[in-house]
Structures are given as structure tokens and as C-alpha cells.
Design a protein around this ligand. Structure first.
Ligand code: NAP
Ligand code: GDD
Length: 322
């Protein structure tokens, strides 16, 4: 019998890679999409003849219950969220509705229809915020620094709570930053690689950025969705840190990306206070030992390969006028 999975956030970066992985594993994949006036399928265009899309929204519990009742999945991956940290200061209430109560709605919908469905919740290293420990593990206390981080802490603990209260197979993956050519344009990696490609092709001359000193543990999204799937294949539900264990500053990212294109970053990069945040997360570096041991998970793509992949993809895309 084919396994069935529901993915919320299938139109996002991670949703598209996870859908590919589950199709390769022989799953029937259903993606939840929220209605918009125009389709937003550029990341899943190549999958549309192999997946089913159903309308639903994290704000609307009945829509979630209906989809779960109709699909009766074995696994439910809750990837949908308001995921851009700066926007969470502009819309803190909505961020909480999506990222906190949205998770409760998913858990409650699953519990009411069939509590044996396995649930993956997309937790985040942003929860560590002003870090209490270096590197960060599953046991490091949280100290979120943005409404986004705060909302994800709620989502994390409500998932743990449903597991402990109702004996559900509900797990949280605490994923550190992961990127790809499908990353949204506003995130720093994609903004930099897109900017490099534009400068390389003569379409732009400068790139304005914010804090160049922040450090992130950047991995490849294709590697990270494998960890999500592995978490739901275990005998016991548990939470895992997923990270490369290597950290770089934004400036190192910039140097690497411009260098890959044969450009001198200092001639093109400006800093603009408009991109600074009210409160910053200065340093993230994860210890994924538990995932390595228990899941057999390891990242395959390192920082240099990731940056090269993204720059090359942006040069190719912009060369074709897309
Ligand atoms: P993304 O590219 O921004 O995708 C977010 C997805 O959520 C989109 O498909 C979006 O749909 C959907 N969505 C947003 N609000 C929704 C709502 N109310 N109802 C239904 N769908 C909604 O994010 P991502 O990078 O793939 O990240 C996936 C998840 O992992 C998120 O929960 C994020 O917070 C978390 N996470 C990401 C990282 C990372 O580094 N990428 C690290 C840790 C955790 P539209 O296309 O309609 O906007
Ligand atoms: N976006 C952006 N734009 N970030 C900049 C810029 C800029 O122009 N200049 C410097 N930065 C710095 C930010 O201040 C931050 O310290 C770092 O680059 C990374 O920013 P983002 O790429 O926007 O990611 P993030 O770390 O805030 O959040 C991402 O990772 C989280 C996991 O740690 C998102 O994917 C979240 O959804 C995810 O949970």
C-alpha cells in the first residue's frame, strides 16, 4: 500500500524539496495551498502532474480537518509559516496566528480525525536567539529575539505537549538555516547570490545589506528535508537539531559568493541601516550529533558548494531573462 503524506507550505522552499523526496519514496503527496489571486507554483511546477493540491489555511481549522479526513494521511508535515524574521516585527499578531496557533490547529485537527497520524513540526534555530550555549543542542535553553522566534517556541512546545498529553507521534525538527536556489529572494543568501549574478551580468552595480557580522550555520535545504522524513520513520517520536556544525559571518558569505563569480565584493557592497533588525541573533552554530547517531543523518553539501550552486543558478536564471 502506498503511504500518504500531507505537506503544508508545499509552495515554499522546503515543501518543494520534501515533495520531491516523498515522491521518490513512493508516497502519494497532497499539498495544502492557500488561495491567492494568482498561482504561486514556480517551485513545484515540475511536480504538478504527480501531486494533489488542496485549498486550506493554517488560520482555518475546518479546512485542515476536512483535508485530513479526506486524505487520511500516514504522515503530516507542517512546514507552512510566516518565515521571514523582519516581517514578524511588522505583523507580530499575524505571525503568532500562523506560527503558534496554526500549529495548535494542525495538532488538534490530527488529534480529532486520527491521532495515530505522524506529525512533523518545523521548529527553528531562531528559537535560540541570544544563545545560552555554543554550539546549540536539543537541550540548550531558548531565548528568542524576534516575534518570529517567540512564535516558533510556542509551536515547538505545543508539539511536545501534544506528544506528552495524547501520546501522539509529534516531533519537532530544530533546523538551522538552510538554503538553495529555491530560497525566497528576501533571505540573505539568495539576496547575495542574486545580487552577485546581477552585477556579473551588468544588470546592477551595488548590493545593499544590513549586519555583516551575524553568524549563521548554513546548510542545503535538499539535505534538511531528508532529516524531516527520517524523524517520522523512527520507532519513537523525538526532537532533533539539524545543522552542519559550521558557522560563517554574512561577510564571509558575501566574500565567497562574489569570489565565486570573480568579483571584488568591496567594490559593490554597501551597508544600509534599513536592513538592521530591532534585535539580532548574533551567532548560530548547531550540534547535530543526536541526529547523526539516531537518524544516520549527515549533510552532503558544504558551505562552499552551497554558495557556488546558488550563484551558478542565479547567473543561469538571469542569463535567460527570468
Ligand atoms: P518559505 O519558503 O517561506 O515557505 C513558507 C510556506 O508556508 C509557503 O508555502 C507559504 O505559502 C506557506 N504559508 C504561509 N502562511 C500560510 C498559511 N496561513 N496557510 C497555509 N500556508 C501558509 O519557508 P521555508 O524556508 O520553506 O521554511 C519551511 C518551514 O521551516 C517554515 O515553517 C519555516 O519557519 C521553518 N524553518 C525554515 C528554516 C530555513 O532556514 N529555511 C529554518 C528553520 C525553520 P505561500 O506560497 O502561499 O506564501
Ligand atoms: N534578510 C537579510 N537581508 N538578512 C541580512 C541582510 C539583508 O540585507 N543583511 C544582513 N543580514 C543578516 C540578518 O541580520 C541575519 O543576521 C542574517 O543575515 C540571516 O538573515 P536571513 O537570511 O533573513 O535569515 P534568518 O536567520 O533571519 O532566518 C532564517 O533562518 C531561520 C533559522 O535560523 C529563516 O529561514 C527563518 O525562517 C528560520 O527559522
Amino acid at each position: 500500500m502506498k503511504k500518504r503524506a500531507i505537506i503544508t507550505g508545499i509552495t515554499g522552499q522546503d515543501g518543494s524539496y520534501l515533495a520531491e523526496l516523498l515522491l521518490e519514496q513512493g508516497y502519494d503527496v497532497t499539498g495544502v495551498i492557500r488561495r491567492s489571486s494568482a498561482p504561486n507554483f514556480w517551485r513545484i511546477q515540475h511536480l504538478l502532474d504527480r501531486i494533489t493540491l488542496r485549498p486550506g489555511d493554517l488560520l482555518d481549522q475546518l479546512s485542515l480537518t476536512k483535508i485530513i479526513q479526506e486524505v487520511r494521511p500516514h504522515e503530516f508535515y507542517n512546514l507552512a509559516a510566516m518565515s521571514f524574521v523582519p516581517a514578524s516585527w511588522d505583523q507580530p499578531m499575524l505571525t503568532g496566528e500562523f506560527n503558534s496557533q496554526g500549529v495548535t490547529r494542525v495538532l488538534e485537527a490530527v488529534r480529532q480525525v486520527d491521532p495515530s497520524i505522524r506529525i512533523y513540526q518545523a521548529s527553528s534555530s531562531e528559537m535560540y536567539g541570544r544563545v545560552r550555549e555554543v554550539p546549540q543542542t536539543e537541550l540548550t535553553p531558548f531565548y528568542p529575539r524576534s516575534p518570529y522566534g517567540v512564535s516558533k517556541v510556542f509551536g515547538h512546545y505545543i508539539t511536545v505537549n501534544y506528544r506528552e498529553s495524547y501520546n501522539m507521534f509529534a516531533v519537532s525538527g530544530i533546523l538551522f538555516n538552510h538554503e538553495s536556489p529555491r530560497r525566497g529572494l528576501e533571505f540573505v543568501t539568495k539576496k547575495v547570490t542574486d545580487g552577485v549574478a546581477r552585477i556579473k551580468l551588468g544588470l546592477a552595480d551595488t548590493l545593499a545589506l544590513g549586519n555583516l557580522d551575524a553568524k549563521r550555520d548554513w546548510g542545503f535545504a535538499g539535505d534538511y528535508v531528508r532529516a524531516m522524513w527520517l524523524m517520522l520513520q523512527q520507532d519513537q517520536p523525538d526532537d532533533y537539531v539539524i545543522a552542519t556544525g559550521v558557522t560563517h559571518t554574512v561577510q564571509q558569505l558575501v566574500q565567497e559568493a562574489f569570489g565565486h563569480a570573480g568579483l571584488d565584493w568591496q567594490k559593490h557592497v554597501k551597508t544600509d541601516p534599513a536592513f538592521l533588525r530591532p534585535a539580532e541573533v548574533d551567532l548560530l552554530i548547531g550540534d547535530a550529533s543526536k541526529a547523526r547517531t539516531a537518524l544516520g543523518w549527515e549533510p552532503k553539501v558544504d558551505f562552499r558548494q552551497l554558495v557556488a550552486m546558488m550563484v551558478d543558478a542565479d547567473v543561469a536564471r538571469l542569463s535567460q531573462g527570468r
